[in-house]
Design a protein around this ligand. Structure first.
Ligand code: TRP
Ligand code: SF4
Length: 336
């Protein structure tokens, strides 16, 4: 039997190339070796966007469209929406009782999220009780499957540490070995930066979407920063100092050493200008995503079918998760 793996993403809208390189392409290749469950973490979206829920449904659909078009196969993996699984909410309450307050307070990722929220509004009440429970809710997502592995980007590893701590604490408190301490599965490519060299993100306006059209992709790529010492086309460049454009080459042509060598060579000898170099990069990315974008267009013309995939996933997950919840209730001597 295959080992179990689960992961999730917050529905922030259409996914960008950073999601693809850092997480999604990994999810796709893990499907054949593991029994995979991929959840849209819409309750997690509420921890910061509780005052802006109009786009939530569309964002969920957009995320699932991106997953399917990039190759998550519903025949192989189970796709579901977190808020539709009552068992998640039940286990979350139980785990929140056994989690020490100072464990969530020291979660570095959570601290960062709270800081961003506080900066956005002078109002300190913008950080909700629910946000403090973020790592416990994420722990619940994982433990409700008793999954062995969690494929995530490097930014999520601190949360998985808390998950392991909570699993261990549960086992110690109730003298059991029921919960598996899950392990993160990291992709070995670092997160892709935005075209401006900062962290890639929708809110920073520096991202390229998987679903952007070819022209938009090229326009955005042409803005990508290059070797800052290369002022004129006649200056020799150095790919080591080309923090965005060359990194994209490395990410999207990682199996094409010949092309990478050629870029290096042409850059170092000033045979190519940055603009042409980036045009070629845009072509490479557009070629890579052409079939994915095509598939996305097809899938979006039949949203009912997409919803059916999600509904079937939800049902399957509810049954699967109830088994774990029953066992937890029994271990904790809850009323029956
Ligand atoms: N916190 C994750 C993110 O922001 C999303 C997430 C929610 C998740 N639940 C999860 C990831 C469970 C892995 C496992 O990307
Ligand atoms: Fe970067 Fe290409 Fe310009 Fe060299 S030629 S600095 S690799 S964009």
């Amino acid at each position: 039997m295959k080992q179990k793996l689960m992961s999730g993403m917050r529905p922030t809208g259409k996914l960008h190339l950073g999601h693809y390189i850092g997480v999604l392409s990994n999810w796709v290749s893990l499907q054949k070796d593991y029994d995979c469950f991929y959840g849209v973490a819409d309750l997690h979206a509420l921890t910061t966007k509780y005052d802006n829920t109009e786009d939530l449904q569309q964002n969920i659909i957009d995320v699932v469209l991106d997953w399917l078009s990039c190759g998550i196969d519903p025949k192989e993996s189970t796709i579901y929406v977190q808020s539709q699984i009552p068992q998640v909410c039940q286990l979350h309450v139980l785990l929140s009782m056994i989690t020490p307050q100072n464990w969530v307070e020291r979660d570095p990722t959570l601290k960062d999220m709270a800081k961003i929220l506080k900066n956005k509004s002078e109002n300190t009440s913008s950080v909700s009780y629910g946000l403090m429970g973020y790592p416990v809710l994420m722990t619940t997502d994982i433990l409700i499957f008793n999954a062995q592995y969690v494929p995530v980007g490097i930014d999520q590893v601190a949360h998985i540490e808390i998950t392991r701590d909570i699993a261990r604490r549960f086992n110690n408190l109730y003298n059991t070995d029921f919960f598996i301490e899950p392990k993160p599965l990291l992709t070995h490519v670092p997160m892709l930066l935005g075209v401006d060299g900062q962290k890639m993100g929708k809110s920073f306006n520096n991202d390229i979407k998987i679903s952007d059209d070819e022209k938009t992709t090229e326009e955005k790529i042409l803005k990508a920063i290059t070797d800052p010492n290369r002022m004129r086309k006649s200056d020799c460049g150095n790919v080591e100092n080309c923090q965005v454009a060359f990194k994209y080459y490395e990410a999207f042509a990682k199996d094409n050493q010949e092309l990478l060598n050629q870029v290096k060579e042409e850059c170092h000898s000033a045979q190519i200008g940055c603009r042409d170099c980036k045009k070629r990069l845009a072509c490479l990315i557009n070629e890579k995503f052409a079939p994915i974008r095509q598939k996305r267009t097809e899938l979006s013309s039949n949203i009912d079918e997409l919803k059916q995939i999600i509904d079937e996933g939800n049902k399957k997950v509810q049954i699967e998760n109830q088994k774990v919840l029953d066992k937890v209730n029994e271990i904790m001597h809850m009323y029956k």
